[in-house]
Design a protein around this ligand. Structure first.
Ligand SMILES: C[S@@+](CC[C@H](N)C(=O)[O-])C[C@H]1O[C@@H](n2cnc3c(N)ncnc32)[C@H](O)[C@@H]1O
Length: 378
């Protein structure tokens, strides 16, 4: 039993079962034992899974161009803040800040929103060299800026969800209780009338027995993001689906990642496993509109990266590879080859390329990289 499971078992024994959202919040963000707050690297080659920015700096290099497009659409203001939420090990910030050039870079300041003190420290060590970087410990601390862009890569899928199931015409909430000293799922009446209202907002009829994730925290998150800038855009990148698609999955989309690999045993080893769900794009888009943001998408990551110049970068690595081979420079050739392969992985529809992007704008025309076509959901 992990130290966090012991704490949760004692707490539930004393106060009764808790909503899954409360459990997920403890499992990921408990100050001492939370998966993301305890301190060890979770993403990247030393962690449990690779994210796009950790795979190759090309991801940030390509996105830097998108941020410049948003800055241009804002009218090239003198001050433009890029606000990255959940920046992990800081790889994305490092690659964006390495790629931007004047006049955009003269206007740019970079804010990282990171709740783990240990991560903030590691990010500071990595990014201090760039100057113009600042931190906030919570989304509630980010003040509004006139012009800016909020970027969140694989963050919505880590926001706590409530679980519900429909049985014989009545909605039950799937909570976390204790049986024989271990954590277990228990079905109870809904803890909050908002759960039913969320289903209505998503416009779905939940099939009997299907489990559905209710992302109230994602709705509040988007609302908060909407308060961070007057004009500009928010970019959410995640695996996700429309509410209708999610409702058709009998067991929902919860998955756990750990050093043991991927599984569906989300109550096991709390604090030592990542817990993720698919983003519910219907709910995210509704929340965007409620926050006076105009959502575009979801668009597949592959398509966005292609419109940001993926193919040109691919050609550049091929040329670098050929030049390095001709010069018998093995290390340089290997580097160009592995970067080219990384580009393939970033765009692979069966992997990272299948991530989806929602761009939510306010006060600007649609940037060229965000094509207003709905594709790639489900
Ligand atoms: C899967 S990791 C992705 C890290 C990074 N964006 C990357 O792509 O490598 C998700 C991160 O989002 C962070 N996160 C989740 N909710 C957050 C919130 N409300 N505020 C700030 N960070 C949050 C988690 O702590 C975690 O570090």
């Amino acid at each position: 039993m992990t130290p966090l499971e012991e704490i949760l078992v004692r707490r539930i024994a004393a106060s009764g079962p808790m909503p899954f959202a409360a459990f997920m919040s403890f499992a990921l963000y408990h100050p001492q034992h939370g998966y993301y707050t305890a301190g060890p690297a979770r993403v990247g080659w030393r962690g449990h899974f690779l994210t796009s920015p950790e795979l190759d700096p090309a991801f940030g290099e390509l996105w830097a161009d998108a941020f410049e497009q948003i800055w241009t659409a804002c009218g090239e203001p003198n001050a433009f803040e890029l606000i990255e939420i959940g920046p992990g090990e800081g790889a994305f910030a490092a690659s964006v800040l390495s790629s931007v050039a004047p006049p955009f870079s003269d206007a740019l300041s970079y804010r990282l929103v990171e709740r783990s003190p240990a991560l903030r420290e590691r990010q500071r060590e990595r990014l201090e060299v760039f100057g113009r970087v600042d931190w906030s410990a919570s989304v509630t601390e980010v003040g509004p800026v006139e012009h800016g862009c909020v970027f969140a890569n694989e963050v919505i899928d880590n926001l706590p969800v409530h679980l519900v199931e429909q049985h014989d015409g009545s909605l039950r909430e799937v909570c976390v209780g204790v049986r024989d000293g271990r954590l277990t799922f228990v079905h109870l009446p809904p803890s909050n009338p908002e759960l039913e209202r969320y289903l209505q907002r998503c416009g779905i009829e939940l099939p009997d027995g299907h489990r559905f994730e209710v992302g109230l925290a994602a709705e509040s998150f988007v609302a908060r993001v909407g308060q961070m800038f007057a004009s500009g855009a928010a970019v959410f990148v995640d695996y996700g689906a429309d509410a209708d698609d999610l409702a058709q999955r009998p067991f929902g989309s919860l998955l756990a990642y750990s050093k043991k690999g991927t599984d569906e045993r989300v109550l096991e080893d709390p604090g030592e496993k990542d817990i993720t769900t698919h983003a519910n794009w219907t709910a995210v888009e509704n929340a965007c509109r409620a926050a006076r943001l105009q959502p575009i998408g979801p668009i597949t990551q592959r398509r966005v990266l292609e419109s940001l110049g993926l193919h040109a970068l691919h050609d550049r690595f091929r040329t670098e590879y050929s030049a390095a081979v001709a010069a018998s420079h093995g290390a340089r050739a290997l580097n160009a080859l592995s970067r080219r392969q990384a580009l393939g992985a970033l765009a692979d529809p069966g992997g990272l390329g299948g991530l989806q992007v929602v761009v939510a704008t306010r006060g600007i025309t649609d940037p060229a990289f965000a094509q207003p076509t709905k594709e790639g959901t489900g």
